[in-house]
Design a protein around this ligand. Structure first.
Ligand SMILES: Cc1ncc(COP(=O)(O)O)c(C=O)c1O
Length: 394
């Protein structure tokens, strides 16, 4: 839409979204000073980094598939001087090179403009932060935002991996039903409209919008718009867990992520004009597990600075950071590919899962549908299902 102004929610907006415990978290006295060590001319006696000359690794080479051909491999070598940051402690948010690359990816794939200070047009107040897989970040985000006793909105059936998260945090999961088109926004509206007076309102909605684990559903554009509208109306934040985003093999034009949508969906102002869109209601989780390797343990969160900085307080006091070495390997692979070949690679991965889906669906049709199996022929269809358009689940 032309002349649509993008306005980032101010940092103070998130005060109400912090959990009781997150409000009390303190900075790691060591980690908060780490950036100072990069000041030219500083001789640091601060952080207790082991001396890199004692590390036995001198270079690293690995081979990787070339996305532009079906067969060939390329060798990627990281020489000693470039390898050094990968062998050392690094920033809590992630290796700067990988942060830059993934920020560029978000700009390109989701059409969002990066920028932090919230001043000036087009500066949207988001950044990226690395985690040990997206699971790590989802746990930390939940701990950042929900206090014991809080209610959280979760789609149902929900990814089994988040049930223990919300249980650990002693919060109540309010299930929002889903169907083939994704989360049922009219049910969500009913839940919110009939929310008991005096009961603390939910601050977050957890959803897996592409190729959901376990249902395989992908949310339609219409539903996404309605859910975003509800987030704005009832004041909650969408936790967009999207590890299957790049595994879309559907034929229809793909719907934008919630992260993309919030920057293009106008926000109706009091006078009814639709010239402003408000961003900062989406905390997005990406993962390299399904497209590069699950063993790398790298995921990244994209969203408002005010939430990411709290998540990083937790990282700084738990695991300090994601492994510098796996971040470095990932960065060198991605840099050698560039964005185009990364996207080409993900397209091939999605085609792989699309073919598997077809094989599985043919078997379903044969044994549970109207196929050639004699029993099925006698009994009629034994099951109904919806064909997924993304991901690994049926
Ligand atoms: C919906 C969903 N979220 C998160 C994860 C965790 O992914 P990661 O390997 O990035 O921690 C998975 C893994 O299966 C998943 O299915």
């Amino acid at each position: 839409m032309e002349n649509l102004k993008v306005k980032a929610l101010p940092a103070s907006f998130y005060n109400d979204f912090l959990s009781d415990q997150a409000k009390e978290w303190v900075f790691s006295p060591i980690r908060v000073l780490l950036p100072l060590e990069k000041t030219p001319g500083i001789l640091s006696v601060l952080s207790g980094c082991p001396h890199s000359s004692t590390f036995p690794f001198t270079s690293l080479s690995f081979t990787a598939k070339d996305p532009t051909t079906e067969t060939s491999e390329t060798t990627i070598t990281i020489p000693q001087n470039q390898l050094a940051p990968g062998l050392q402690y690094s920033d809590t948010a992630g290796l700067p090179d990988l942060l830059r690359w993934t920020t560029g990816l978000q700009e390109r794939v989701h059409g969002r403009k990066h920028g932090l200070n919230g001043l000036g047009e087009g500066v949207e107040g988001w950044r990226v932060s690395m985690g040990s897989g997206s699971q790590d970040l989802i746990y930390k985000a939940a701990a950042t935002m929900v206090s014991p006793g809080d209610s959280v909105l979760v789609e149902s059936p929900v990814y089994a991996g988040v049930i223990p998260i919300f249980k650990h945090l002693h919060c109540k999961q309010i299930e929002v039903p889903t169907d083939a088109n994704g989360i049922r926004s009219e049910s969500l509206r009913e839940i919110l409209k009939n929310w008991p007076r005096g009961k603390k309102k939910p601050k977050v909605l957890y959803t897996v919008p592409y190729g959901c684990n376990p249902t395989g559903m992908t949310v339609t554009l219409e539903r996404r718009k309605e859910v975003l509208q509800l987030a704005r109306e009832y004041n909650f934040i969408i936790l967009e867990d999207d590890p299957y985003y790049y595994l879309y093999y559907g034929q229809a034009t793909r719907a934008p992520s919630y992260f993309a949508l919030e920057a293009t969906e106008p926000f109706s102002s009091a006078d009814g004009s639709k010239t402003i869109t408000e961003v900062g209601r989406v905390l997005r989780f990406d993962s390299f597990s399904k497209i590069l390797s699950a063993g790398l343990r790298i995921g990244f969160a994209t969203g408002p600075e005010a939430l990411l900085s709290r998540i990083e307080l937790l990282t700084a006091t738990s695991n300090l950071q994601v492994s510098s070495l796996t971040q470095m390997i990932t960065f060198h692979l991605l840099q050698s590919w560039g964005y185009d070949n990364f996207l080409l690679h993900t397209r091939k991965v999605s085609e792989f899962y699309g073919e598997k889906k077809d094989v599985f669906e043919r078997a379903l049709e044969r044994w549970l549908g109207s196929g050639t199996n004699e029993e099925v022929a006698n009994e009629g269809r034994l099951a109904e299902w919806n064909s997924p358009a993304s991901g690994m689940f049926f």
